[in-house]
Design a protein around this ligand. Structure first.
Ligand code: PHE
Length: 446
């Protein structure tokens, strides 16, 4: 017998759960390095505009589909029409591909957390430490496996509620600490103010189509949209809650944390290495933060506390990723929960090892000129999520029609952005995404 679908206890419950899934390494690790790389202020501006338009409309569509059908992604799309189920399948595959490399980065966080505890902080502040660490043979493997095994344990034991409680306390503390580090850096380091300007003032000459592609991929990743997760969330949401208001709260929270993380990291990068530092890529946070902590009185302790909090933020996201994949395995292959989780664990370890070895023993091997971790990141964020978003917008815009979802969106209160929603879903989202995909495949040059 299938269990009755549980629902969130109320408005706050829904927003907090969605924010727990949304706020993670995407905000603290991924956003700052992309903003640094893609021109600072201009990236921030494009990102904000896309959040309020693309992000809002797609999230509204997904939550409404979930609440209307009461099902998780594959089932939901199949309910809307059998031929639409393919979008559900693509969506379900995305978290399965993100989870492994997400856990590799979770492993980096663990390494740095333990490093600060064991007094390795000073060594980690050197320019070469991060590169040396990720290219070493066995340690990154071990930390990655530890991180993903912890995630699997929590999923099996079903204690995620406990973790959520801890992270509800950790999250505000993390935000306070990020603000503290940002203020400290800006006030004490020479050159940091230049970095603040780079981050906040858009330089339109740096605008390129790549900025839009990167910002859109980041938006999907950070808000956990275009992969079906919000459909699942919506299916648990009660009817009397306003979807529109909830989305605004999630967006403010998620974007706020990303913005602050950028403010913590980018001015410091400017102070330490000037504009050249901006191109450091995925290692940016791990290279910059130990340097800040090194200059700070009591930095060793602050480093430990900071990485513990980042660890919890990463863990709530990895749990939500794994839960999604496990529930697909349970539904599709009729597995029990433990078996499904162990299967997902084994598959993820294998996939994750490809990313880990991509920096060490297989570093000569690249796909489309990318290291393996970057490749998985590109595959999910720049290809699969746009495809999933395109599919969703076409199905909603032209087959089931925006009106059907607007009815759902109006149940819990007035839906003020009705027109924006319709225009975005029918025209702007599909046109922009087609352009993005064509340019990603090199068919057109924009
Ligand atoms: N949004 C999360 C983050 O920013 C990552 C994530 C993606 C979590 C997809 C769950 C699902 O870190």
């Amino acid at each position: 017998m299938s269990e009755k679908r549980s629902s969130f206890t109320g408005k706050v419950g829904f927003v907090l759960a969605a924010a727990g899934s949304a706020v993670g390494l995407g905000n603290i690790w991924r956003f700052p390095y992309l903003a640094a790389q893609y021109g600072g202020g201009i990236f921030l501006l494009v990102y904000l505009i896309l959040t309020l338009t693309f992000g809002f409309s797609l999230m509204a569509a997904e939550i409404a589909i979930g609440r209307k059908t009461g099902q998780s992604p594959i089932g939901a799309f199949t309910t809307l029409g059998k031929k639409y189920s393919v979008v559900g399948y693509i969506g379900a595959l995305i978290p399965a591909l993100i989870l492994p490399y997400y856990s590799v980065i979770g492993g980096w966080v663990l390494k740095y957390m333990v490093g600060f505890v064991t007094g390795e902080g000073a060594a980690m502040a050197s320019d070469t430490f991060f590169g040396g660490y990720i290219s070493s043979r066995s340690e990154p493997v071990a930390w990655f496996v530890v991180f993903i095994t912890i995630t699997a344990f929590i999923v099996i034991l079903g204690v995620d509620k406990g973790i959520e409680k801890v992270s509800k306390v950790m999250m505000p503390l993390l935000i306070a600490l990020i603000i503290f580090i940002a203020v400290y850096t800006i006030c004490t380091m020479d050159g940091a103010v230049e970095g603040v300007k780079y981050y906040l003032l858009p330089d339109f000459s740096k605008f390129s189509f790549k900025t839009v592609v990167a910002a859109m991929g980041q938006l999907f990743y950070s808000l956990s949209i275009a992969m079906g997760i919000m459909i699942t969330f919506g299916s648990y949401m009660k009817k009397d809650i306003s979807i529109e208001k909830s989305i605004h709260q999630i967006e403010i929270f998620d974007t706020g944390v990303a913005f602050l993380a950028g403010l913590m990291i980018i001015p410091a990068v400017y102070a330490f290495s000037g504009i050249e530092g901006m191109n450091s890529g995925p290692g940016l946070m791990f290279i910059t933060l130990p340097k800040i902590f090194e200059t700070m009185p009591g930095g060793g302790v602050i480093g430990v506390v900071f990485f513990i909090m980042v660890f919890f933020a990463a863990l709530t996201s990895s749990i939500s990723l794994m839960e999604t994949v496990v529930s697909v395995f349970q539904d599709r292959f009729k597995m029990d929960r433990i078996k499904a989780t162990l299967t997902v664990l084994v598959v993820s370890v294998v996939l994750g090892l490809i990313s880990v070895f991509g920096y060490s023993i297989w570093s000569d091997f690249t796909l489309f000129k990318m290291q393996m971790l970057d490749f998985f990141d590109f595959l999910t964020n720049s290809l699969m999520m746009p495809i999933c978003a395109l599919g969703t917008s076409l199905i909603v815009g032209y087959f089931i029609k925006p009106k059907t979802l607007i009815e759902e969106l109006e149940i819990g209160g007035k839906f003020k952005s009705k027109h924006l929603f319709t225009v975005m879903i029918k025209f702007i989202v599909p046109i922009c995404i087609v352009l993005i995909l064509l340019s990603s495949f090199g068919v057109i040059k924009i």
